[in-house]
Design a protein around this ligand. Structure first.
Ligand SMILES: C[S@@+](CC[C@H](N)C(=O)[O-])C[C@H]1O[C@@H](n2cnc3c(N)ncnc32)[C@H](O)[C@@H]1O
Length: 417
């Protein structure tokens, strides 16, 4: 099973600090990111050479938007976030749910939240969940080599699509010094060590050019790729050294039985998207909720009539939560509490404190088929995680649209504020 297949477990056995230092991270950088963000999976330091700009340096503009392809524990996203400043955005994409969960946990340690810092689960071999023409700089650290050949071509075309005109690419990657023979391509240690998928410079250039990228520059960092194996000569106590994701369960990759530096090298690869007119979207993420965990529960619905009778009774065992955003025109459910959908997940601990003793917490949005059920689901998941059986989430069926048309003119149910 190749490491790029779904649902692999994260097992890292290399000495993360030695690898990170060997590939160009300074002590200062390493100590500025959350613990656990550098996992010894890198082959360079793309942020150091990406000239990422902060809002402060760009009069009347926001900080840049940076996307990291294959973000792992998040090290480069955290470094990029420092550079773009609070008004900029640093977004990490990774196919591994475990890596995304780890990176989000790391972000939480530093209080970093979407939209400033976001980690989104995504396959680089599928359309990226990012708007076209929305990204200033794309970085990637030791990931493109892991993609199958057609996946590399697809991912680089996506890179071109999501970059703003004039946007730039800074990749750190393992490049083959000469075509790799079959025995190296098919060897488990090569594959775990980010070697078997490495391609020669001419091939890499062709893929970048075919994707529409130009001004290509390849710089050999002259790093010693043997560093991945120094800390675990015999394959490590647990069995698998290497820069990448682990060997398949039950296999032992060990150290390659050839000189890795003879066959591959670590490169910095720079490319630009041509400049030109384009409509620049205001956000980069296609769906803001991708930056948060997928909802597990599915809270039941309550009809408008059921909620109306609760409001008209003297019951105190319920609360109605309005998760609409800018579409308040026309009125809302009388007595409802306002929350903002896009910050709701991060505010769950406070929401919980407020409603944890309220048996029925009823969420709604415009038609209750988007933000309302999503926030209700997150609230229910939070209740479940706390073992709370007192409070439960519900969704107001039909949302405010149905509410307004059902109860038009009934002021005890509709608030026009
Ligand atoms: C060698 S690690 C590098 C991690 C990170 N860039 C760093 O420097 O610490 C490769 C990462 O790429 C991710 N990855 C590999 N193939 C991928 C794919 N097809 N789509 C998205 N992520 C992928 C893995 O899950 C892993 O987190």
């Amino acid at each position: 099973m190749p490491p790029w297949t779904k649902n692999e477990t994260i097992l890292i056995f290399v000495d993360a600090k030695s690898v990170a230092e060997a590939f160009g991270y300074t002590d200062e950088e390493l100590s500025s990111v959350p613990e656990g963000a550098h996992m010894g999976l890198s082959c360079g330091n793309p942020v150091a050479t990406a000239t990422i700009k902060e809002a402060i340096l760009r009069v009347n503009q926001k900080g840049e938007t940076v996307v990291d392809l294959g973000s792992g524990g998040g090290i480069d996203v955290f470094l990029a976030a420092q550079k773009v400043g609070p008004s900029g955005k640093a977004i990490g994409l990774d196919m591994s749910e475990d890596m995304i969960a780890l990176a989000r946990k790391n972000a939480a340690k530093k209080g970093l939240k979407p939209p400033h810092v976001a980690f989104v689960q995504a396959y680089l071999t599928e359309p990226l969940p990012i708007e076209s023409n929305s990204v200033d700089c794309i970085i990637s650290n030791c990931v493109i080599n892991l993609l199958p050949q057609e996946g590399k071509a697809f991912a680089l075309k996506e890179v071109h699509r999501i970059l703003k005109p004039g946007g730039r690419v800074v990749l750190n990657d393992i490049v083959a010094k000469k075509p790799l023979p079959e025995n190296i391509k098919n060897d488990m240690a090569s594959y775990v060590g980010c070697i078997s998928g490495a391609i020669v410079i001419d091939e890499y250039k062709m893929l970048l050019q075919d994707a529409g990228l130009g001004n290509l520059l390849f710089v050999d960092t002259k790093s010693d790729l043997g560093v991945y194996y120094q800390s675990s000569e015999d394959g490590g106590a647990l069995g698998t050294p290497g820069c990448c994701t682990p060997a398949p369960p039950g296999t032992k990759a060990g150290k390659p039985d050839y000189d890795v530096n003879e066959w591959v090298a670590s490169y910095q690869i720079y490319a630009l998207k041509e400049d030109g007119p384009a409509e620049i979207p205001s956000t980069a993420l296609l769906r803001w909720w991708d930056a948060y965990p997928v909802v597990k529960s599915s809270p039941p619905s309550m009809t408008a009539e059921e909620v109306a009778s609760l409001i008209r009774s003297s019951a105190t065992d319920f609360a109605v939560i309005d998760v609409r955003r800018n579409d308040h025109a026309g009125g809302h459910v009388r007595g409802s509490h306002n929350v903002h959908a896009q910050t709701f997940y991060d505010e769950l601990p406070e929401v919980y404190q407020k409603f944890k003793d309220v048996p029925k917490v009823i969420f709604y949005c415009q038609s209750s088929n988007g933000r309302g059920p999503r926030c209700a689901g997150w609230y229910q998941d939070y209740l479940d995680s706390q073992g709370n059986k007192t409070s439960s989430a519900f969704v107001l069926k039909g949302g405010i649209k149905n509410w307004l048309s059902t109860f038009e003119g009934q002021e005890d149910l509709i608030d026009k504020d």
